[in-house]
Design a protein around this ligand. Structure first.
Ligand SMILES: Nc1ncnc2c1ncn2[C@@H]1O[C@H](COP(=O)(O)OP(=O)(O)OP(=O)(O)O)[C@@H](O)[C@H]1O
Ligand SMILES: [Mg+2]
Length: 267
């Protein structure tokens, strides 16, 4: 495998394949994600988008191929799953995974805990350095919550269960940002949101990007993709069928066919 372009490429996969007992969820996939950009993956249901994230995070073992990450060309498929976050990746899930009985602030602090030396927790006796680390972590968590305007910070001491659905999704993104990752993976960040909420989350994502984060997101909502993505990959049947800017990808015949079926091209 060729080494990734150290200057620009943050994630590179080659020949990546995942076979679920005969279902080729990812089929010989080659792609490169550029550092500093917002990149989107689109594709019809079942085209392998979430499976791709699960392979990158090493939640699944790949059938074959490689995924390398960062300037050190770390082979993610050789890392234990629990180390993926430490090397600089964080992701949200298509369906929410939050600690509903913890406060909004605590949920974000949990995202941060892999970066702390002492680990965040309610130990009865902590050395001074660990208490100072907790204090700094709390300040950082509040700063991250403030990326979402007043929506999360005004609720920071409330249980996550008291948040609206849209704010729960925002909080999941905040928890991702908290681990200070080099690459953030968002799986359908506006799923289930109305158009107004979607427009607001577009702004939230842009703010996170402006704060210096590289983002790779999966999304069905084309308003969001068009609004934020500098580069787009289209998947179908586990393969990349097009890539480029939103306009060219969304008009690409293979993409139109994948979404609407062959009939759409005949009309
Ligand atoms: N754990 C699994 N076991 C078996 N098959 C799976 C598993 N996960 C995904 N698949 C199959 O792999 C294919 C790709 O699924 P995946 O969830 O990656 O699609 P997706 O593009 O994320 O779809 P959606 O847009 O609906 O979220 C589908 O055929 C799916 O049924
Ligand atoms: Mg999915």
């Amino acid at each position: 495998m060729e080494p990734a372009d150290l200057d620009n490429t943050i994630l590179k996969c080659q020949g990546l394949t995942k076979n679920f007992g005969g279902v080729l969820a990812i089929n010989n996939l080659d792609l490169e994600v550029q550092k500093g950009k917002i990149t989107a993956i689109i594709g019809p249901n079942g085209s392998g988008k979430t499976t791709f994230f699960n392979l990158v995070m090493h939640l699944y073992d790949a059938t074959s191929g490689q995924v390398v990450f960062g300037t050190e060309n770390t082979n993610l498929l050789e890392l234990p799953t629990h180390s993926i976050n430490r090397v600089g990746l964080a992701r949200t899930f298509q369906t929410l995974r939050l600690f509903l009985n913890l406060t909004v602030l605590e949920n974000v602090l949990i995202g941060m805990s892999s970066q702390l030396n002492s680990g965040f927790g309610a130990a009865l006796i902590k050395p001074k350095w660990a208490r100072e680390e907790d204090k700094l972590a709390e300040e950082k968590a509040l700063e991250i919550l403030s990326l979402f305007g007043s929506r999360l910070i005004s609720m920071c001491n409330e249980p996550a269960s008291s948040l609206s659905y849209a704010n729960r999704r925002r909080m999941e993104i905040a928890r991702c940002v908290a681990s200070q990752p080099k690459l953030i993976l968002l799986d359908e960040p506006v799923a289930g949101m109305n158009p107004t909420e979607t427009r607001e989350v577009i702004k939230d994502i842009q703010k996170i990007h402006e704060a210096g984060h590289t983002i790779l997101l999966i999304e069905h909502d084309m308003t969001l993709v068009e609004g934020v993505a500098e580069h787009v990959f289209a998947f179908d049947h586990g393969s990349k069928i097009a890539e480029g800017q939103f306009k060219e990808v969304s008009n690409h015949p293979a993409v139109v066919e994948a979404y609407l079926g062959k009939q759409a091209l005949k009309q």
